[in-house]
Design a protein around this ligand. Structure first.
Ligand SMILES: Cc1cc2nc3c(=O)[nH]c(=O)nc-3n(C[C@H](O)[C@H](O)[C@H](O)COP(=O)(O)OP(=O)(O)OC[C@H]3O[C@@H](n4cnc5c(N)ncnc54)[C@H](O)[C@@H]3O)c2cc1C
Length: 383
């Protein structure tokens, strides 16, 4: 068992770290304030191969492994978590779906430009009345000969306003519930697709999140992913991938908050000494640092399990659950260590606390992760 990163992984980590410092550090806070999507930087991430990290080079990707993907998301999110989620969605919720379930024709047409970073991807599962219970979606896909007609609306769609390619889930046979859903790949410019209002979010404010509506959107059967009515399985397997990315995003945010707390705690003096010389604050740092390491190990483990093949549902859910709650815990304490100054926009910890919070919500809330972990754990238990 090796717990050290290989030289190759260290190089990828350093490449992402350097990129984050040179391209994102100076704009992250301003973009957050002004709701500005880091379009230029996303383009450059594509040039580095980071928009399709674990996609084969033959399909426009960088041909790296899941651990490389985790390292990149962590480093980018340490500096700008909003860019981290844009990257994560493109990689794991769009490129990976096309890699795993796309036909050769779909791969050539949609995967190659998405993995190269020439086109941006979005994943459209959630609806206004169907969040955690995704199988109750109201968007429909009615088969008419060799086409489907899609009608409905999705909300909370990351990358939505800037997306070129969308993975869309829609109900074809509601009598079958979760087994009546189809998954499709669409060009965002298809007639009938309308990008709606952008959300005014609490955190990850420079990421794009919007509503998308579908009115009589006609798409050929050749744009259906996988077998007829296999959409829900595709959605769930894809979230197994995505959750590793969100776990890495949360680790990045938590590490950034810990670093800032230590820096500030050494500089700030009260009662004639740096505040970090107080045992109470040292205990805080100790709990923060231990949890960050544990979250990172769980996240690496999930990536490792994915590399091995087979089901990794429990591992990705556990990594996402623990890392997201760690990010909330660590950012909360980092702000506390900053005292009143942490409660202003002059220090980055207030952004970290806002950014951390969403990692417990998207790609399945903490409550849903607990349901998933319990179900898998009980299934694996041998009497
Ligand atoms: C910034 C942002 C970006 C997003 N990006 C995307 C995206 O790109 N694509 C996409 O499809 N979706 C996206 N989402 C949607 C996200 O996945 C959902 O918000 C999430 O799944 C929860 O659904 P909901 O908000 O409807 O909450 P609800 O499902 O209404 O849940 C509300 C509360 O009830 C709890 N709850 C619900 N059911 C149970 C249960 N059985 N047991 C215990 N507790 C339960 C939940 O945990 C939560 O605390 C995004 C959301 C946000 C905020």
């Amino acid at each position: 068992m090796h717990l050290e990163l290989s030289e190759h992984h260290q190089q990828i980590q350093q490449l992402a770290r350097d990129f984050a410092q040179t391209e994102l550090a100076s704009v992250a806070s301003k973009n957050d304030e002004t709701h500005t999507f880091a379009k230029e930087q996303i383009k450059k991430l594509g040039e580095l191969g980071f928009m399709g990290i674990a996609i084969d080079e033959a399909y426009g990707g960088a041909g790296q492994d899941p651990l490389s993907y985790v390292l990149v998301i962590e480093e980018i999110s340490k500096v700008c978590a909003a860019t981290g989620v844009a990257l994560s969605v493109n990689n794991s919720l769009v490129a990976e779906v096309l890699k795993n379930f796309g036909t050769e024709e779909q791969k050539q047409k949609f995967l190659v430009p998405v993995a190269q970073g020439e086109k941006l991807g979005a994943y459209c599962l959630t609806e206004p009345m169907s969040g955690s219970d995704a199988a109750t979606m109201a968007t429909t896909a009615v088969r008419q000969g060799d086409h489907y007609i899609i009608n409905g609306a999705k909300n909370w769609i990351t990358n939505g306003s800037y997306s070129d390619v969308m993975i869309v889930f829609a109900m074809t046979d509601s009598s079958k519930g979760a087994k009546g859903i189809n998954a499709f790949v669409l060009d965002t410019k298809t007639p009938g697709v309308e990008i709606g209002k952008a959300e005014n979010k609490t955190g990850i404010r420079s990421s794009s999140t919007c509503t998308i509506s579908f009115t009589d959107v006609k798409i050929p059967v050749t744009q259906r992913l996988g077998d007829e009515l296999s959409g829900f399985i595709i959605a769930m397997k894809t979230l197994d991938n995505g959750r590793i990315g969100i776990a890495a995003q949360a680790v990045g945010i938590a590490q950034a908050a810990l670093d800032e707390a230590i820096k500030y705690g050494f500089e700030r003096k009260q009662f004639g000494k740096p505040i970090l010389e107080n045992q109470g604050l040292k205990w805080m740092i100790s709990d923060m640092s231990t949890r960050v390491e544990a979250a990172r190990l769980l996240t690496y483990q999930a990536a490792f399990k994915k590399t091995q093949g087979g089901r990794f549902t429990r591992y990705s859910a556990a990594a996402k659950l623990f890392a997201s709650e760690t990010a909330t815990f660590v950012t909360h304490h980092a702000l506390q260590i900053h005292g009143g100054y942490g409660y202003t926009r002059d220090y980055p910890v207030e952004r970290y606390i806002r950014d951390a919070r969403v990692t417990e919500i998207y790609e399945g809330t903490s409550e849903i992760q607990r349901l998933v972990i319990a179900a898998q754990t009980l299934k694996e238990f041998e009497f």
